[in-house]
Design a protein around this ligand. Structure first.
Ligand code: C5P
Length: 212
């Protein structure tokens, strides 16, 4: 069985909450996502531990600050072993360039568009997202966090497209507005998808039946 191109979102305070699930998912999915909640509660140790356990680690800190600070935080994230790191495109070109030019070799930067936050997708938002993604591309950012609806138009700019908001057909949509299924996101051109609650609620299905 090939490894599924999924990051499992570890949305919780402590890595220990996920020990059993991670044992089951080892070798089944590509990586895990450590977010602000866990990073704030436990510091770098979950990243280091997950790396030691052989996981690809996506550190979702959505950096947004002055160039020096963004650059320094990017270097620190690379030094603790993160493989992917999110950065707000609204940090502006100078900060994006400082991060992309000085990051460690092991880390890839993923741009986040603030146009996306908790908004339903309309034409204006979609245009703003595209403008942001062009800035990211020109600033040496490796890839983007991209909702399903924008994958097709983003493929010309980036190969590294990571899509959240994934739900199985049988799931409730919770607070996600712009959702799609794992199969559809991959078919549209996402390189990886991010799944949190959908994995928690359907662990056996994801392990045994999900074919992506
Ligand atoms: O909804 P679900 O539980 O799958 O969310 C998993 C992760 O995706 C969460 O960590 C959330 O922060 C992230 N996410 C995101 N952008 C979105 C939707 C969710 O980064 N538009």
């Amino acid at each position: 069985m090939s490894v599924k191109p999924i990051f499992f979102a570890l949305d919780g305070k402590e890595l220990s909450e996920f020990t059993e699930t991670l044992e089951k998912l080892k070798g089944v999915i590509y990586g895990v996502k450590v977010g602000l909640e866990m990073f704030t509660a436990e510091g770098p140790s979950p990243v280091e531990k997950l790396k030691n356990d052989g996981w690809k680690v996506f550190l979702d800190l959505k950096l947004h600050d002055i160039p020096n600070t963004v650059e320094a935080a990017t270097v620190s994230a690379g030094n603790i072993g993160a493989d992917y790191l999110t950065i707000h495109i609204a940090s502006e070109k100078e900060a994006l360039l400082a991060a992309s030019e000085n990051k460690t070799d092991n880390i890839k930067l993923l741009g986040v568009s603030s146009a996306l936050t908790s908004k339903a997708m309309d034409e204006e938002t979609s245009n703003n997202v595209e403008k942001d993604f062009i800035v990211a591309k020109k600033s040496g950012i490796d890839g983007v966090i991209c909702p399903a609806s924008e994958i097709s138009s983003t493929k010309e700019l980036f190969d590294l497209i990571v899509t959240p908001g994934i739900r199985l057909e049988s799931d409730s949509k919770d607070d996600q507005r712009n959702t799609t299924t794992p199969e559809k996101a991959i078919e549209l051109g996402a390189k990886y998808i991010v799944m949190g609650r959908s994995i928690k609620n359907n662990l056996d299905y994801v392990i045994n039946n999900l074919t992506i």
